[in-house]
Design a protein around this ligand. Structure first.
Ligand code: XIL
Length: 416
């Protein structure tokens, strides 16, 4: 429920109003409306990989269409093996490559769980992307600890970034070198350090939410990217990854400032850099980035020579009904099209592959959740069919279509 206070003149009191959570959902036109829908079995067994290789041909480089992997329960193992052999062409570890998992004790690396995800990719003919070498969350118990600002920049970060990146070798499309540094209260007046410092997260303060300063400049960011540049294969994109980005607002502005800073002060060429747009979004106006804005952002990156990646896409819906499921398909389709038709976007990663294993759960402002591409029985959904159709359409060589999330009065999908 959403609550707000409305002052009423003359009454001298505040009247408490409650509105239902469901906001207006537009009627949308989808690509799948004009074709015969595949059966669930057909969709699951569809060799999307062959479509993805046609997509790669048109793009001129491998297009990675992926999802997360965590060791599945035995009931799901066969299903998981199947979708990473036929449906997705790329794998990212949901948690297994994070700092707590890879360096639980200072200087002692345990890469086996992270390597298992990379091996799964290899065994299924998929590619692997690395997530992540630096984040203020999911840290080992020895961090933040009492590590000093200098020790962090000179030893802790270089050791960790090099240890993980070297350990995972050359079969990697990209590494999220740094994750979620920028404040949600950004203003356009902030410089890149202020963009980070105002998040009040370790390590600009000694602990998240704390008020004791630790790093007072961005040397820790440069240390991570310099180490990544030295140790990653030359084909891997070095990524700054964040959420609530892509919409050309003050936070997005901070991303560009930070990228310019990394380029200038860590000497990372733009053609090695990428920005990861996590894209944990909702099928409600204001909770996702419209396609035109995403495209403008990707183009801005392209003009620098840097890449754009969709890294963690999921999308809650307000209600479990047809109109909401279609809206989800329209928005997700727009995100996919924004990446497909951009000349600098080669990775589109969906986060969690089944509704029953998603980290997005019902409530907490996430409606009924249902935020992934496969339902709780592992069956494809309206959004899944729509994404298949978008990939097939791109592979066939035709030009980009309108933004379906705008609603059918603004965008009617051409019938094929
Ligand atoms: C999430 C995982 O999905 C959860 O299983 C875990 O409990 C917390 O982290 N941004 C990120 C991801 O970069 O690593 C997060 O993944 C989701 C938000």
């Amino acid at each position: 429920m959403v609550a707000f206070f409305l002052p009423l003149a003359g009454l001298g009191a505040l009247v408490y109003l409650v509105t239902p959570i469901s906001a207006q959902v537009p009627t949308v036109s989808l690509l799948i409306d004009s074709s015969t829908r595949l059966s669930a079995a057909e969709a699951l067994n569809l060799n999307l990989r062959s479509v993805l290789s046609q997509v790669s041909s048109r793009k001129g480089a491998t297009f990675h269409f992926g999802s997360t992997y965590s060791t599945p329960s035995s009931a799901e193992a066969a299903w998981t093996s199947n979708i990473f052999s036929t449906f997705f062409s790329a794998v990212v570890a949901e948690n297994d490559c994070k700092w707590y998992a890879t360096e639980p004790t200072r200087g002692t690396f345990t890469l086996s769980a992270c390597e298992a995800v990379s091996s799964l990719a290899g065994a299924h003919g998929a590619t692997f992307r690395g997530h992540n070498t630096f984040w203020h969350q999911q840290l080992p118990s020895w961090l933040p600890g009492t590590v000093t600002a200098t020790d962090l920049v000179q030893n802790v970060i270089p050791t960790h970034v090099a240890g993980v990146i070297k350990g995972l070798g050359t079969n990697v499309s990209s590494w999220d070198v740094m994750n979620e540094l920028i404040t949600d209260s950004a203003t356009t007046a902030m410089n890149s350090y202020q963009c980070v410092q105002n998040a009040d997260r370790w390590p600009t303060v000694t602990a998240d939410g704390g008020s004791t300063a630790l790093e007072t400049n961005l040397q820790f960011v440069y240390a991570a990217f310099k180490t990544a540049l030295t140790n990653a294969p030359t084909t891997a994109t070095l990524v700054y990854n964040d959420y609530s980005t892509g919409g050309s607002d003050a936070k997005d502005n901070c991303v560009f400032k930070l990228l310019a800073d990394i380029n200038a002060n860590a000497s990372i060429p733009y053609n090695r850099l990428g920005v990861g747009y996590q894209s944990h979004v909702g099928a409600q106006a204001g909770y996702f980035v419209p396609k035109a804005q995403l495209e403008a952002t990707f183009a801005q990156l392209n003009s620098l020579g840097a890449k754009a990646l969709i890294t963690e896409m999921d999308m809650w819906i307000q209600a479990n009904d047809t109109v909401d499921q279609r809206y989800q398909a329209a928005i997700w389709g727009d995100y996919l099209d924004a990446c497909l038709y951009a000349s600098n976007c080669f990775e589109f990663t969906n986060w969690d592959n089944r509704d029953d294993t998603s980290w997005i759960t019902p409530g907490n402002g996430h409606g009924v959740a249902m935020a992934t591409l496969f339902d709780s029985n592992g069956n494809p959904k309206t959004v899944t069919y729509e994404l298949i159709a978008r990939l097939q359409r791109y592979a066939s060589g035709v030009s980009e279509m309108c933004a379906t999330a705008l609603g059918s009065s603004s965008c009617t999908v051409p019938s094929t």
